[in-house]
Design a protein around this ligand. Sequence first.
Ligand SMILES: [Zn+2]
Length: 319
Amino acid sequence: MAGKYNICLDIGGTKILGAIFNEKKEIVYRLKKKTKEAGDDADNVEKMIISVVEDMINESDIKKKDIKAIAAGAPGVIDQGAGIILTSPNLPWTNYDIKSSIEKKFDIPFYIGNDVNVGVLGEWKYGVAKGYNNVVGFFVGTGMGGGLILDGKMFTGNKYKAAEYGHMILDPEGPLCGCGQRGCLEAFSSKKGMSAYIMQQTSRGRKNMLAETIENGVFKSKNLKKALAAKDTVTIEAVDRACHYLAIATGNMINTISPDIVVYGGGVMEAVGDIFMEKILAEVDRYCMPSIRSTVELKKAALGDDSNIYGALAMIEDL
Ligand SMILES: [Zn+2]
């Protein structure tokens, strides 16, 4: 008898979120754990995933034989079909056959995909983009992720490397990006990009609320929310600048793809998405063709922090 529960994981550079879904696709158990405790080598991160899954099975009182599958979203270039992590920016994995490792350990089918692709998949199957055929997703977090659904299918391009439009260059003389280029969307509109602007202004002697909360080059989304609520001038500038470049990038994607919907997700959107949406919507018409703009909707993700968890479920249930 096939199991009736699914374990879904969102593997990040700093934490793993886990959820167990029942057969009605309701979350019946949740777990959150820091990845840092896992150390640096691949084997340890694998042990981390194994320990999270074991904890979830033990603490939820659900029997291993009742679990149908395990699925996860993780950062990096991932061969979703084979379950191999080709490269990952924040996790120490190269050509890492995690599917075989996890399946060997638990004797349960395991699926894995790129976290932003999986997040967009979640929004497409269970969230705000449900029922649409062409979806452009921007995920605004520490970095800037992209995910594409084209003609009703996840589009991953040659060797699973598509949809990196967080590194669309919007100003070749702009601020340095983590990828080595200048003026990428990510360098303006991600938490890293906004934090860099705030640090630059702070170094010029401009007081603000966010600078002292920045750790390892990024602020936390909840502190961004606080500073915006307090109408902190430098923070508002950083957000205006982020939304300006997001509007330009959105215009470019609208002209290129003619999507049915553009979805904005990730931690920043979860915290201050309404403010971002208002600013993006106020500008986007300048940067795309009116005839194409007229048939696209722009919306905030509906599942918040759970986009990836639901996307992992979609990998099990719908692909
Ligand atoms: Zn870049």
